[in-house]
Design a protein around this ligand. Structure first.
Ligand SMILES: Cc1ncc(COP(=O)(O)O)c(C=O)c1O
Length: 433
């Protein structure tokens, strides 16, 4: 087909997007063109043609304090005047060191060593590589990982390996490493899961157990028992298997506590952070671990160190943003807002017409439910596009996972804005009934 050339002069930037940009997670042939966003303020996104949308998705679950938060914006601007970037091997800087100290106060005391990377996927990749090398440095042959069905840990090869094997990553499956899967917990399979974990952990082949604590995000905001997860971690740790908590989505207040693992009896050995880490303003990943693991990499031989890094590791602007965002969790107001949102979600659940909704659930600031559909449930369910378009027309950014609709707004949202969301959801359920 002959491509029609259009003159650049006079072309709106939104047309340039159509011409050049290949957007993520998008079937370009069938999906509508993206909405052009010009600015964000608080809970609102403003489109290039002046419409306002409530960001009920926190822009892919990252924007925890709202857009344009003055404290975070100022921290980035101040840092911008001092140092924008510096190599992080052999050099360091104040925002990185202070950020680690600040985060350390919010984490279990033994988690005191912080490794920087660029996003959620790299924070997981680092954790897995650390776990494999931890065993290799000690001469132990542990090459398998235990993961949970439905898991989503990112899109690089290591992450895909430990995520659910499905239509998303089928073309890449031959290149992935060996993983044992536990079924997703339900009321009937927990005893079996504990036994399976005991058998696998006792085999001495598992390097690590990786999990999204309490809520599997991309699988459809699936929630499961804290008691079961505590037991699974206990069994793994009894056999020395390193436990990796992927807090990329659940971290920073999303589940009602600073971290989802704060609900657990057992602490993880490695924790992965990203998304809300910088308040959602700049990309950054962190893998946090303990002295015991750290010390296994100390040696006179260089190769036994952790030889991993990225050009933008420890970027000072991202660190300044993360430091400002983390400090906001010392303010009562942040926790009052999280509490207010959690309670509002619970009262929506109490009030909603139960004959029109399936599997309604909430945890902290996450509200999720499934809409009726005669097609297979899951990410590829076509209800997604109908719900998405309906919400955009109502002035809401809600990005369902297939037939699962969920809301996880920035914590600055007020009760009127929440009510706008709930009113639209009631209407949506009428449409789908
Ligand atoms: C639980 C979890 N882990 C890891 C990732 C990957 O993070 P990123 O998209 O920043 O690479 C995601 C992304 O949604 C996630 O939800």
């Amino acid at each position: 087909m002959k491509v029609q050339k259009r003159p650049l002069f006079g072309m709106e930037w939104i047309d340039l997007d159509e011409k050049h940009v290949w957007h993520p997670f998008t079937q370009v042939q069938t999906e509508a063109s993206p909405v052009g966003i010009e600015r964000g303020e608080g809970v609102y996104l403003e489109t290039f043609d002046g419409r306002k949308l409530i960001d009920a998705n926190s822009s892919w679950w990252v924007n925890i304090h709202g857009h344009g938060h003055p404290v975070i914006v100022k921290a980035i601007k101040d840092q911008l005047d001092k140092l924008q970037h510096v190599i992080f091997a052999g050099m360091t800087h104040q925002p990185a060191a202070e950020l680690c100290e600040e985060l350390h106060h919010f984490l279990p005391n033994h988690l005191s060593k912080f490794f920087f990377s660029d996003n959620g996927s790299t924070s997981i990749e680092v954790a897995l590589k650390m776990a494999f090398q931890y065993w290799d440095n000690q001469g132990e042959d542990r090459k398998k990982v235990l993961a949970m069905e439905g898991a989503y840990h990112g899109d690089t090869f290591g992450y895909m390996s430990v995520s659910e094997r499905d239509l998303f990553n089928r073309p890449f499956e031959p290149f992935m490493f060996g993983v044992e899967y536990l079924p997703f917990p339900n009321a009937l399979n927990q005893k079996e899961m504990l036994q399976q974990t005991e058998n696998l952990a006792a085999s001495g082949q598992l390097a690590a157990f990786i999990f999204e604590p309490l809520v599997q995000g991309a699988a459809g905001m699936r929630m499961y028992s804290k008691d079961l997860l505590s037991e699974l971690i206990k069994i793994c740790q009894k056999h020395g298997v390193l436990c990796i908590a992927d807090e990329v989505m659940t971290g920073f207040g999303r589940t009602g506590k600073m971290f989802a693992m704060d609900y657990l009896e057992q602490d993880a050995d490695l924790v992965c952070l990203s998304k809300g880490l910088t308040g959602g303003y700049l990309p950054m990943g962190l893998t946090v671990t303990n002295e015991k693991i750290f010390k296994v990499f100390l040696d006179d031989e260089k190769r036994r160190g952790f030889l991993h890094g990225h050009s933008f590791t420890g970027n000072p602007l991202a660190c300044a943003s993360a430091l400002a965002s983390t400090r906001l969790f010392k303010e009562d107001k942040t926790w009052e807002q999280i509490q207010m949102i959690s309670e509002a979600h619970e009262s929506f659940i109490r009030e909603v017409d139960k004959s029109k909704v399936f599997n309604i659930r909430s945890m902290g600031t996450i509200l999720a439910f499934d809409v009726k559909s005669d097609k297979k449930a899951g990410y590829f369910n076509p209800a997604r596009s109908k719900v998405y378009d309906f919400c955009i027309k109502k002035g809401l950014l809600i990005r369902p996972l297939g037939n699962t609709v969920f809301v996880n707004p920035p914590y600055c949202i007020n009760s009127n804005e929440l009510q706008v969301i709930y009113d639209a959801l009631h209407e949506l359920l009428e449409e789908f009934a």
